[in-house]
Design a protein around this ligand. Sequence first.
Ligand code: PEP
Ligand code: MG
Length: 589
Amino acid sequence: MTNLAKVNNTLAERAVGPMMCLYGQGVARGYAIGRVVVMGATALEVAHYRIGKDSVESEKLRLSQALKATQLEMQDMADTLPDDAPRELAALLSVHGMLLSDPLLADQALSLIEHKHYNAEWALTTQGQILGEQFAAMEDEYLRERGSDVRQVIERVLTVLSGSCSIMSLDHDGNQDEPLIVVAHDISPADMIRLRGARFAGFATDLGGTTSHTAIVARSMGVPAVVALGHVRHLVRDGDMVILDGAHGTILVNPSEAALQEYRRLQQAYRDERAELALLKDVPAETLDGIPITLHANIELPDEAELAMANGAKGIGLFRSEFLFMGRADLPSEEEQYLAYSSVVRTMQGRPVTIRTLDIGADKTLDGEATVATNPALGQRAIRYCLAHPDLFATQLRAILRASVHGKVRILIPMIAHIHEIVATRAAIASARRELDARGQAYAQDIELGAMVEVPAIAIAIEPFAAALDFLSIGTNDLIQYTLAIDRADNEVSALYDPLHPAVLRLIANTINAGVRVGIPVAVCGEMAGDAHLTRLLLGLGLTEFSMHPQQLLDVKREIRGAHSNALRNKVANALNRAQVIDPAELNH
Ligand code: PEP
Ligand code: MG
């Protein structure tokens, strides 16, 4: 029996534990009922997708070949070791060689491909994680240290796998076995994007906040998610049955039959509610007193524009272009960006498409660029980063300008705090235009330029900014973070992250009122805009343009159609004047 087999036997059969409820923060509505897949950091960093039945053999072959190639590579290294190489090196290579051929690594990973239809990378990292955890639990120090050997070996095989691509067909929904719910310590926004193809039924993490970008992506995928669960990763195990309630932020582990039945009923009721809402797609977004409201969509990746159209969006109010840059080793070229932007513009068929320039920094980092700033949320983020990297900025601006020939494009600048940043951005756009002129490439002449209002300074001194721009879009996620000094991704302070704080509401009102005075449109594109509980409050603040994830558009439209805008404005103005805390539930009467 191999060492790995011994380890495995010690932890073999586990009894199903008692029912247990864990409480966190629900960040994406809906119910998921399925089996847990625990993912560690390495497992999250690889692609995840379910392959179709007809690809199982080719995917197994891909993994076997990668294992073999890695073994040969190690053999070759061992054979060519110089005579004076340390003796430990030869021993290490031989341990790694043994691990590669151990059935508990190779056979189990191949079996995950065969039975669960995982792609090769996912199967390998899943099995590696299981072994790593088993080694970590060993009493014998020598065996405990073998955990790092497993990690190193897997890294090598992943490198070899990255040189081959899988020729696979994807599993379609009906072909999948039980739904899977990802449980992880944390999931970065880039990892979340990688998980999109696998169609997981839910996400649960130890860390995270309501407006962290991870939560935002989960919402945009329409996948129920609960964050800030504390130690969920250690309290559940692979294969556990769980019920995830994304509205109330709970996870029920090993649910009883009665609980399963009740949640299946709730799940069906939720689906019925969504189906009923779908009937609102083509009706106008208008309040009871006849005020027309513009509903736009937020997207992270180009293919979400289809979803925006399917939910009746009148345009894209926020295209978070940084998601094209994340989770990859290189930067997207001008051509790649042009194709991405123009595909959205074409899908939206003449409706406005607001492309936000790269907002990298804080919790959204480029691969390979370690965060060195002491406080990245206050560091070289967004427009600050772009102005400090003029070539990267120019490439993006040329791509956006070129996409403008296919429809109505607007440019939105994130994290503006100074007028001179607007001046510098206009100069960069003018220079990008000149470069396109020199190449003879076309672009629209009348592209509007707007800014995110997310740094409190500009919401306070808004007039000159409104005068210098064509439109404003309030990013409440950051506006709240910076006004209240609360890290939006930190679950330890999330109870203090308060969209209803009178200071926040005053900043929003100040910005909306300045837009009316100067005569430019003002939207809210932060998560407040998509929270149907806050729709009446925002109408009361005078907001007439909302931008949110496509999945939220119809909930908000339903609220708008039942609201009386002028009455709400009076109520909210009175409360604001007295700096009173407003209870949104009271605005329903
Ligand atoms: C915001 O800050 O509210 C916003 C919409 O931008 P992001 O969430 O991408 O920072
Ligand atoms: Mg922001």
